[in-house]
Design a protein around this ligand. Structure first.
Ligand SMILES: *[C@@H]1O[C@H](CO)[C@@H](O)[C@H](O)[C@H]1NC(C)=O
Ligand SMILES: *[C@@H]1O[C@H](CO)[C@@H](O)[C@H](O)[C@H]1NC(C)=O
Ligand SMILES: *[C@@H]1O[C@H](CO)[C@@H](O)[C@H](O)[C@H]1NC(C)=O
Ligand SMILES: [Zn+2]
Length: 510
């Protein structure tokens, strides 16, 4: 082993063997840090980060140097986007040349998006609510509900009177302010988020409300088809080639009030995806993670688990597995549902899990135990895993088992787990090279369509100056590697992605 030591201004090289090394290390090197040893340690540490072992080509190194220059510049600006709330940072991010590059970058798959928040709300209001037979009602809590119907809809407990939107808009001089108020009902966006959402409780309340508002529109069967296609288009435009969608497979309805079941929903996803792939042959497909709400009873979750097993058998190319959704802090934890979640293992059946776990900052609570329980239940990935860095054992298990964390930076910020993304705990996971993918969670609610915004936050904010092009390359490849695709499709997907990547490098290096 060769160690160089700077002593009295001159550089001396000491050569040490075996036990002698310890001696020289203890005596000489401790006294004054050795620059080349320091370099070597820094290189070793960097090599542990995500992408740290990726060997960049000459062209990639050139692009990497350019990215680093851009990042240094952005870090020196008075308003550093990852440090401020996304609703205020979004216009700044859109001006960033790093963001422009990330939009062009092939990002692989989006593995954590919920079906009812897939498509931008602008289209829902300006296109869907303008269709014939769309009714609206105004609820007592300043919210709205929608329904499509040929006849006048019946009153419900929260909706005494329904108005036909066509008639209502015809009576308005300018429908634009009204349309904007509808958009406000469907998204969390607001000019001053810190005032509007003083606590996690407040922001989650608005979050759950927006789901209900959207449901009347997107559970209308003809709308659902357009909606899914539109969602795939938005992803494809952002250079995403694959989707794993979490969905409760809500019942959908026709104009005459007739209702379709979950199987219809799955078949529709399959058909729409097939059409989309025909129109866009570089898109790999959509797979579904079936979800139920964590406020349900154990017996209802048991039934849902059995149902999911059956649907996975019937639609093996579409159904990836099962998850529980809803705010972890106010819902029941995984351990509470153990009898339901152990059913597949006890019956000798298979149902892969993709649990949301550790989307909390309440350390040491029952909810905080979800990460370990998710791993004990053989989860395939961990949704969010925000609390994972606080659990060394769970972290080791997740790493050893290749259980990737689905990091959704903007979601965590908007839902008030962290305000300055430079302080996101996933910085630890990134610097350790933990299996990780980037996703957007609820793009229609947060306004982070595609994956480029979240990649920006992970690359510029959480990863800091250390994160480089190798980090981006590994993160994108991870999204295929840790997907639920069967091995042969993963391999084919990685080859296709690799071609796109090479094209991205060659067209953006100058
Ligand atoms: C509404 O969306 C559908 C499906 O995306 C599209 O075909 C149609 O042209 C849109 N209509 C308007 C008025 O934008
Ligand atoms: C929802 O839309 C209604 C109808 O325009 C409006 O009165 C209300 O203020 C909106 N609610 C929110 C939270 O923006
Ligand atoms: C998890 O995997 C282990 C090892 O394959 C198996 O023994 C165990 O039954 C599984 N547990 C569940 C809940 O699936
Ligand atoms: Zn989620």
């Amino acid at each position: 082993m060769v160690i160089s030591v700077r002593k009295g201004g001159e550089l001396r090289v000491l050569t040490c063997w075996g036990p002698l090394f310890l001696l020289c290390f203890g005596v000489v090197c401790n006294a004054a840090p050795d620059p080349s040893q320091r370099d070597s340690l820094m290189r070793q540490e960097t090599s542990r980060q995500i992408g740290g072992k990726v060997t960049l080509t000459a062209a990639e190194m050139k692009l990497d140097a350019r990215l680093r220059g851009m990042k240094e510049h952005e870090m020196s600006l008075p308003s550093f986007p990852p440090a401020i709330h996304f609703f205020k940072a979004k216009p700044l991010i859109e001006k960033s040349p790093i963001f422009t590059l990330l939009q062009k970058m092939p990002k692989g798959g989006a593995l954590h998006i919920h079906s009812s928040t897939l498509v931008g709300v602008d289209w829902l209001v300006r296109n869907v609510t303008y269709r014939h037979h769309c009714y609206i009602c105004f609820t007592r809590d300043q919210s709205v509900r929608f329904v499509f119907s040929t006849g006048h809809p019946w009153p419900t407990w929260d909706c005494f009177y329904w108005y036909l939107l066509e008639t209502l808009r015809a009576e308005m001089g300018d429908p634009a302010p009204f349309d904007n108020s509808l958009i406000q009902n469907l998204t969390l966006f607001t000019e001053d988020p810190d005032v509007a959402y003083p606590s996690q409780d407040v922001v989650w309340e608005k979050f759950e409300k927006a789901f209900v508002v959207a449901s009347g529109l997107i559970t209308h069967a003809p709308v659902l088809r357009d909606y899914l296609y539109k969602g795939l288009e938005e992803l494809h435009r952002d250079n995403i080639m694959y989707l794993e969608l979490r969905s409760g497979l809500a019942r959908t309805y026709e104009l005459d009030g007739s209702v379709h079941d979950k199987v219809w929903y799955l078949k529709t996803i399959q058909e729409v995806t097939q059409k989309f792939v025909k129109d866009h042959p570089d898109f790999l497909g959509t797979r579904i993670i079936i979800t139920v709400h964590r406020t349900l009873s154990v017996s209802r979750v048991k039934a849902a688990v059995m149902d999911a097993i059956q649907m996975q058998r019937d639609f093996p190319n579409v159904v990836a597995g099962f998850d529980l959704v809803g705010r972890e802090d106010s819902g029941r934890n995984l351990w509470y549902f153990r009898d339901a979640l152990l059913l597949p293992a006890n019956l000798g059946l298979v149902l892969p899990y993709f649990f949301h776990a550790g989307e909390t900052d309440e350390e040491g609570t029952d909810v905080d135990e979800n990460i370990l329980d998710a791993l004990l239940l053989n989860t395939t990935r961990i949704g969010h895993g925000y609390a994972l860095p606080h659990h060394p054992l769970a972290k080791e298990l997740s790493r050893a088992g290749n259980v990737a964390v689905e990091l959704c930076p903007i979601s965590n910020q908007v839902l008030k787990l962290v305000s300055d993304l430079r302080n996101h705990p996933a910085a630890v996971l990134m610097s350790e090279g933990h299996p990780l993918v980037i996703s957007s969670d609820d793009p229609s609610l947060f306004g982070n369509a595609g994956l480029s915004y979240d990649f920006y936050q992970a690359f510029v904010g959480i990863g800091g100056l250390k994160a480089n092009l190798g980090t981006l390359k590994e993160l994108a490849a991870n999204s295929i590697k840790y997907s639920s695709l069967p091995p042969h499709l993963k391999d084919a997907g990685l080859v296709l992605w690799g071609k796109k990547w090479d094209m991205f490098i060659s067209t953006n290096v100058y």
